[in-house]
Design a protein around this ligand. Structure first.
Ligand code: AMP
Ligand code: MG
Length: 277
């Protein structure tokens, strides 16, 4: 199944997250059954990232957004398990610092946008400025409502500069979130992930969904599409995201750059050096 077609939000389309099943796992029955395909996508990504880095003409930006415990950290770990750390970065955007708040809302993310040849993942992003900011009234509507157009312009500018942009919303159900909160409570290794705000944020679920639906509908474009990924099953979430990333990289026309040196001349030097050993 082509999950790009399946999960993309068509520009200008109306949708409701409530109508999308977060427990879907496509045509796959189980993790075991999907594992070879997941491996294949990771292998493809590894090869393509090598070309992206060598070619150094284009870049890729992956934006991850979701409610708490939906699996953003898991997707980062999964995607990077198939890549060379050289040429990749991940940035987590948390509450802005004072310095960041003294600038425009795109400033801190723009600073970390991928340079040519690089792949960058944003774990949260400038979309928080139309999500948490809207839900918690951190800025007046007159301010956040103008940001959708500003985001579209920003993404257009990045695209003109050779950056492919993929945006993922990891879609989980409230029941699954609660299950994961319990797992965090039960596992001392995950206690650090628990936040005082988890349950107050959870109570705001409908407001977040409304803010996400608007943000996604207003900013899904050909050049920077949104994908809504059913994420109750972690393995399926990883499968769908890696297929979409690998297929997109496949389309980028990545090739090894032409050799810049005179190979015949270099071979002569090599043989001369070998003779002097
Ligand atoms: P976590 O990703 O769980 O470490 O939490 C990071 C927190 O930072 C989340 O509660 C986000 O909503 C919050 N955050 C990220 N960006 C912004 C922003 N621009 N304004 C306010 N809060 C933000
Ligand atoms: Mg959190």
């Amino acid at each position: 199944m082509d999950y790009r077609k399946e999960f993309v939000v068509e520009p200008g389309s109306k949708f409701h997250l409530a109508n999308i099943d977060p427990s879907s796992s496509g045509r796959h029955l189980s993790h075991e059954n999907a594992a070879p395909e997941i491996r294949q996508h990771l292998d493809r990504m590894a090869k393509l990232q090598y070309l992206l880095y060598a070619d150094a003409e284009q870049s890729l930006l992956v934006v991850l957004q979701a409610l708490d415990a939906a699996g953003k950290d898991g997707v980062v770990r999964h995607l990077f398990s198939g890549m060379n750390p050289q040429g990749t970065s991940v940035y987590c955007f948390k509450q802005p610092s004072r310095l960041e708040l003294e600038h425009d809302f795109l400033w801190r993310t723009h600073l970390r946008a991928p340079s040519k040849g690089n792949l960058v993942i944003y774990n949260r992003s400038y979309y928080e400025d139309v999500l948490v900011v809207r839900v918690h009234d951190l800025a007046p509507e007159s301010v956040w409502s103008k940001r959708y157009d500003l985001i579209n312009d920003f993404e257009k500018m990045l695209a003109h500069n050779g950056t492919r942009i993929l945006k993922f919303y990891l879609h989980i159900s409230p029941e699954e979130q609660l299950k994961r909160f319990k797992q965090r409570l039960d596992d001392p290794l995950r206690h650090w992930k628990i936040s005082e705000a988890d349950y107050t944020e959870r109570d705001l679920w409908p407001k977040y969904i409304e803010a996400y639906e608007d943000a996604i509908a207003l900013t899904s474009t050909e050049r920077a599409p949104w994908y809504i990924i059913p994420a109750n099953h972690k393995w399926f979430r990883d499968l769908a995201v890696s297929q979409i990333v690998a297929d997109t990289m496949d389309e980028m026309g990545l090739n090894l750059p032409a050799t810049r040196v005179d190979l015949a001349e270099i071979r002569r030097k090599y043989h001369a050096a070998e003779l002097q050993k």
